[in-house]
Design a protein around this ligand. Structure first.
Ligand code: GCV
Length: 677
């Protein structure tokens, strides 16, 4: 343990000495030397990473070279470089890896054992190198390795809601990482960011907020974005931007931004040509249009497909993609906000160009502690869909609450849409396998900022980590991911690993319980979205009213979205539709999402709704107490600086959880009691 303490800057890439004697001996024996083949910026990164990691992990000198090794060695190189060392791996195996996959394999040469890390392209072997180092960091057996891994989703993107004044919308970890005033001057931290992303397989970053500013597309700012792209390229990371749909007016001085107007198209053509001149591997655009006051094609009587297709056509010659967001809720279309996006986008299925992906949040409302999956995932057959997750905890206690989100994301990814029969999970819709789409993407709204520990809360780093790992392989379990992360970030000590795992795996259910149990949603404080306010009921905007969402009255609680209510259940396929529709068949976790439930309705526990609600709030608070206890018990195993920091936040979380309970129980109790309970 580092008695001085750690500040969290190193994230999960701490590379502390392996403190398991057997494993250390095995690793020292296996990695007599390391050879990184090839000459490029990416292979330089591999060499740097090995030079940093191996001596630290093995606590010994490890010679690093570009020559054929003598004795046992780690050998890293793409196919043709390994061939030069007479190592042949059947081409079919390389083909299976695709462009980004890697292979880690034990290989015998004469009397020596090599561990090969190979793939078809250099960024792939950089990812493989990080994976191999993860095996050492987590004390895995590295004998007889034969491990091939390729990403299930093609574009794995972090979306930054960062503004050019340095603020971050829904950012809770300090100002933006991008210093736009100083750019194109490069800050060393940009390399550290890219290195962390590359270590978990992230291959794209949207630099600016979806609530876009026109200025981001000026030459001045594109030059700055290009400087970042130059830093990120060797790490295998492409830059994307969020353009303002009305940029032709705002920057070009045109009279319109109507996507059907050829003058507008020409303006975008020129702009995109400029972008690719500066950033030849530019990934594409992410657009928020006609949503929450943003401009868009509907301002001109055109529709989302017109806007998306015009930009997609302009991007297509360069290989760029158009991520068009479906976060729309014009409640004049349907009084139930949860139904709006489906109603707007389903009629457009089949109308989009092949390089358009419709970007859909995990649930139909807005990144709540728990939502059923967005019904669009089961509805668009001809359109690739990007899953948008929120890593930053806008509605989940921001950077104060310890909430591990991978379980939530797994629940969504593993949800069966039944679109093409059983097994049509959201994960398979997104990775393209249900409908045979080749374009596949996933985007996580980043939780990074310029706080020294990157994410505000040391434990929030786990969500960045888990997003990358799940984006690479949505088949991983939340527990497997957290096991890795804990070992790399905190300790390999079994007791510590298990204790932290207990905290983390219970943290999301606890957060749901103390904020929005049983399918409640959107009852947080307006504006900043931190803390409870179920009473909020401003008449000016019904779809932003909390009373609109929970509908508490003397009869009961919850939004009736059944067939006798808003009929949002009809947007799901059977058997889900039927299951959600019945108050007795609806999973209790979504009960108040889909039903207005009488206060005296009995749940599976035998408790009435009102009793169960109180029980859940108590359970949520009790778990935060437990987390605090567990954490206090870890004092001797964790460095004091991080231990104190997390301890303070847990105490704050406990206060907040108690407040949520008090406010919600007082408020709902008023209605429940009026029923005589
Ligand atoms: C970037 C929610 C957030 C907004 C965010 C919006 C979106 O409404 O509160 O801050 O805007 O979602 O995803 O576009």
């Amino acid at each position: 343990m580092d008695v001085k303490g750690e500040d969290g800057y190193e994230l999960w890439l701490r590379y502390r000495k392996v403190d398991n004697a057997d494993r250390l001996a095995q690793y020292r024996e296996a990695i007599g030397s390391a050879v990184a083949l090839g000459k490029s910026l990416t292979t330089d990164l591999i060499k740097d990473e090995l030079a940093r990691a191996l001596p630290a992990l093995l606590d010994s000198d490890v010679s690093l070279s570009e020559q054929e090794p003598a004795g046992n060695a780690l050998v890293v190189g793409v196919a043709k470089e390994l061939e030069a060392l007479d190592v042949t791996i059947p081409p079919a195996q390389y083909r299976r890896l695709g462009e980004e996959g890697f292979l880690i394999r034990s290989h015998q040469v004469g009397g020596s054992d090599w561990i090969l890390i190979t793939g078809n392209a250099e960024p792939a072997i950089l990812t493989g190198t990080f994976h191999f180092l993860r095996l050492l960091q987590t004390h895995q057996d590295i004998r007889d390795l034969d491990l091939g891994s390729s990403p299930r989703i093609g574009r794995r993107i972090l979306g930054h809601w960062d503004n050019i004044d340095g603020s971050v919308e829904r950012g809770y970890a300090g100002p933006s990482l991008w210093n736009w005033d100083e750019l194109p001057t490069i800050d060393a931290r940009y390399h550290d960011y890219a290195r962390a992303c590359a270590s978990i397989g992230i291959n794209g970053t949207v630099l600016n907020n979806v609530n876009a500013q026109a200025k981001s597309l000026t030459t001045e700012y594109l030059v700055k974005a290009a400087a970042l792209a130059d830093v990120f390229r060797p790490y295998g990371i492409r830059v994307y931007l969020s353009p303002l749909p009305s940029a032709p007016i705002r920057l070009g001085g045109l009279a319109t931004s109507d996507p059907r107007d050829p003058v507008v198209t020409d303006w975008w053509k020129e702009k995109v040509e400029e972008i690719y001149r500066l950033i030849p591997d530019f990934g594409g655009f992410q657009v928020k249009a006609n949503s929450e006051g943003q401009p868009g094609p509907q301002d001109y009587g055109a529709d989302h497909d017109d806007g998306a297709n015009m930009l997609a056509e302009v991007l297509a010659p360069y290989g760029g993609v158009m991520l068009w967001r479906a976060f729309v809720y014009d409640t004049s279309i349907d009084a139930d906000r949860a139904k709006c996006a489906y109603k707007e986008f389903v009629p457009l299925d089949g109308q989009f160009r092949p390089n358009v992906s419709v970007q859909i949040k995990n649930g139909p409302v807005d990144f709540q502690p728990r939502e059923p999956f967005h019904p669009l995932f089961g509805a668009l057959e001809q359109t690739p869909m990007t899953l948008e997750l929120q890593i930053t905890q806008e509605y989940l206690g921001q950077s104060i609450h310890l909430v591990y989100l991978a379980d939530m994301w797994k629940e969504v990814l593993d949800s069966d849409t039944y679109a093409e029969g059983p097994g049509s999970t959201v994960a398979r819709v997104v990775d393209g396998s249900v409908y045979g789409h080749t374009l596949s993407s996933i985007l996580g709204v980043a939780n990074t900022g310029s706080d020294h520990n990157w994410c505000g809360h040391h434990f929030a780093q786990a969500n960045w980590y888990a997003f990358g790992r799940l984006a690479w392989d949505h088949g991983l379990s939340a527990e497997a991911i957290i096991d890795e992360w804990i070992r790399m970030t905190w300790s390999n000590d079994k007791g510590i690993v298990e204790a932290i795992k207990t905290m983390m795996l219970g943290s999301w259910p606890a957060c749901i319980n103390y904020m929005t149990p049983l399918g409640l949603h959107h009852i947080m404080k307006e504006g900043h979205h931190y803390g409870p306010n179920p009473a909020f009921n401003a008449a000016w905007r019904p779809d932003w009213n909390n009373v609109y969402y929970h509908r508490a009255d003397a009869e009961g609680l919850g939004f009736d979205r059944s067939s006798s209510g808003s009929n949002a259940v009809s947007q799901y396929h059977d058997p889900l539709r039927e299951q959600f529709d019945g108050i007795d068949t609806c999973p209790e976790k979504f009960l108040l999402w889909f039903h207005h439930v009488p206060w005296d309705y009995r749940l599976q526990s035998g408790r009435t709704l009102w009793e169960e609600l109180q029980f859940r709030y108590d359970a949520g608070v009790a778990f935060v107490e437990k987390m605090l206890d567990i954490w206090q018990g870890l004092q001797d195993g964790i460095d004091p600086q991080r231990h104190t920091h997390v301890g303070r936040r847990l105490k704050q979380q406990l206060k907040n959880a108690r407040l949520w309970r008090k406010v919600c129980i007082d408020y709902f109790g008023h209605f429940a009691d009026s029923d005589g309970d």
